[in-house]
Design a protein around this ligand. Sequence first.
Ligand SMILES: Cc1cc2nc3c(=O)[nH]c(=O)nc-3n(C[C@H](O)[C@H](O)[C@H](O)COP(=O)(O)OP(=O)(O)OC[C@H]3O[C@@H](n4cnc5c(N)ncnc54)[C@H](O)[C@@H]3O)c2cc1C
Length: 824
Amino acid sequence: GRPKKEFRAEAIARLAHVTHLNGTAVTDEERSAAERSLIRAHTIDLEIKNEPTDLAVAEAPDQLDSLLAKHGRLDALAKVDLRPTQSVSLVLRYGNQSRTCQLATNQLIREVKQKVCDQFNVEPSRVGLYYIDQGMVGAMGPELLNLPGRAFHSYRPEDVVQKVNPMLTEERAKASFPVEELTYILDGGKFNTEKRREIEELVTKDPNFEHPPIQFMTREQQYSLAVKKALLVQQRLKELDMLDDPYASYFFRRIAMPREVSPIGLHWVMFVPTLMGQCSDEQRERWLQRALNYEIIGTYAQTEMGHGTFLRGIETTATYDPSSQQFVLHSPTTTSIKWWPGGLGKTCNYAVVVAQLHTQGRCHGVHMFLVQLRDESTHRSLPGVVCGDIGPKMGYHTIDNGFLQLNSVRIPRENMLMRNAEVQPDGTYIRRVSNEKLTYGTMVFVRSLIVSDAARGISEAATIAVRYACVRRQGEPSSPGAPEPRLLDYPVHQYRLLTCVANCYGLWFASEVLRDLYFTVQPDVLEGRTERLPETHALSAGLKAVGSNRGAACVEECRRCCGGFGFSEASGLPKIYNDINPACTYEGENTVMLLQTGRHLLKCVERARRGEQLAPSDAYIRSRPTPQPKLAGGPLTADLLLGWLRWRSLSMLLEVSGRFNSFIEQRQAWADAFQAVSRRLTRCAEAHCILYVGQAFLDSAKAAENPKICGVLTSLCRLFLLNEVVSGAGDVQLSRSDLARCQDAIDSLLTELRPNAVALVEAFDLPDRMLCSVIGRYDGQVYEAMLQWARQSPLNATDVHESYELYTRQFLAGRSLAKLAYFH
Ligand SMILES: Cc1cc2nc3c(=O)[nH]c(=O)nc-3n(C[C@H](O)[C@H](O)[C@H](O)COP(=O)(O)OP(=O)(O)OC[C@H]3O[C@@H](n4cnc5c(N)ncnc54)[C@H](O)[C@@H]3O)c2cc1C
């Protein structure tokens, strides 16, 4: 917030007749200073720089004219140009040669070094670039600029320590495979890796994306910063002609806003796709281009205070009035107020609103309507529209999830999205051939993105936690005088981290298979061949749930693996957790998603019983049990373990299906029988999805051309599968000896994989800028950086905090605090 003094001055300047404020008299002198300050704030920036600042752009106060009449135009108190230095002049000396050169400050350290070396024809690998602070050189010595990817203008020697922590260097040297090649596999090819890195470099070089850590900002500041950055990202993407390149724009957004959920995210995730899918051709002409050009910013308003999962329960009404050819949008109750839509509170000026359509005295169920919420020039909410921010949440601080109450708001008839249904001018309702199935396609795609986001979230948390585990020493030394062990030396710690890494790779590959499935099935669906839709729909629902559940659980495990530092925002981990967690709720609440998958699986058993053919990922489902694969005896290969998980999934499903059928035979209603098995059914759905993840993981491991990469991925996949067998042993019969063999195999795998722990997470190739973590930084210099971080806390701005004067001093002196105002 702004300092109290500033608030007081502004209030006095705006209130011409106030004589006392907060119990203190306003003197003439104070008034004059306050009024003159207000005039300066709203007039001078424009005059000095001919460039309006944020404040000058903000609406000028109504009182400005009368204050100008009283005091006249004022000169600035001082003229200070705060624009950053764009280039510097360097004098370079080498031996007895001397050169002068100009250097743009947005160059990377790597480029600066190259430029310096070019001057004297010196090989860059033989040159070190040092920062020498004349005042500090005695204490600090020359400081090596050793992060080649950092921009020159934002290189802060105080938070870059001279060299990489040797404990991390040592771990990096243990890798048994070429890390860079695994990065290419994860990115989908070398070309993609290079492109991603180029994009990351573009953002790194741009000083507009530099700012202090957002964790020290108020929520309002965080929101404001996120709006500015989100719009700046759009602007840059347009300038760089990248808007039509989904890969490039995705990575640009990620690296530019690594920890800020975008307040305009819903515009391109839901608003634009809904307009594409639900508008008639005419409507698309009218709105889609405006939305794509960002002339309007929209959100998707479905959920209400009282109605989430159950869409048909929505209460908002859209009643057609033929006399004016308008719909009247209305929120009849408190529970009908829209609640949650992203960007609805303050950012968006339009929304697709989901409401019950009434015409000619009949309700035709939920339909979508385009509703203008705010004036396009003033951004003030329109008459009848009451909207705002829903307040602080567990995470997502940078986005204004909002509420919306509609009080008989009228919109033209043409604002109903009319691709699938229409209300004619006289009020006649016409439903066209339903192509709801087409919208399933978009849903599958969005859900594959959620699975991939979950994998990316774990990759970030695991990179932080594994690096930290390499440099954190804790515990009893193995012999007197020896150092304390590193966290990564503990088998139980290896287990906690490596199973998270294994889950991450599994989900990563599964999300790719799911996305490919979408691209295979979607063209068929568009031509009316919908046979594979139930399979893809069920898979995407279940994987969305399993992915986001696992994502949240693994990130939390990584956070706890970092002890107390994991609880500090400095680690970056709380934010990763809070950003991943809501995905368990939105786009279909996870338990409800698993029930949908379970329902599909029950149908598959029925179809198998009737001898019908099943879709590829359901093809293992039979109407009779199959023999349990033997885990004892031969080697526990990934194929054998996968076979066991397939058998487990089928056994569980047949058991639940048998129960369900017996309820039906006892003449229970279908819905009651379903409820009776629902708890078990969610476990079946999970087992089915885990099987899919395991298969995707193993296929990708086998597909790796480099035998070393194939080897390490297969071992990691075995760890994933074994862990599933052990944790799912309670679902079915697993003999004690089989269980013991699996446990032994896990122990051996931990020893085998430990040297590759760092390499496996660093293959994700996450720059420090993306991780935003003090304890997960590439150089592993955790403690110095932690101290630097704490220094930035606003509470440290003064030695003695004002609360001491206000409360503590009085309390210590034995005075009663009861009479003091709670908020000063
Ligand atoms: C960060 C965030 C962003 C969001 N953004 C948007 C947005 O942009 N636009 C929008 O319209 N909405 C948005 N939502 C709302 C979101 O879609 C809903 O929260 C979600 O659909 C769940 O609805 P609900 O909150 O009413 O929970 P409920 O539906 O009330 O569910 C509560 C619990 O009951 C369980 N449950 C519900 N029904 C059943 C059932 N049939 N059987 C068994 N268990 C059941 C669920 O599993 C859940 O655990 C957002 C939510 C969040 C958290």
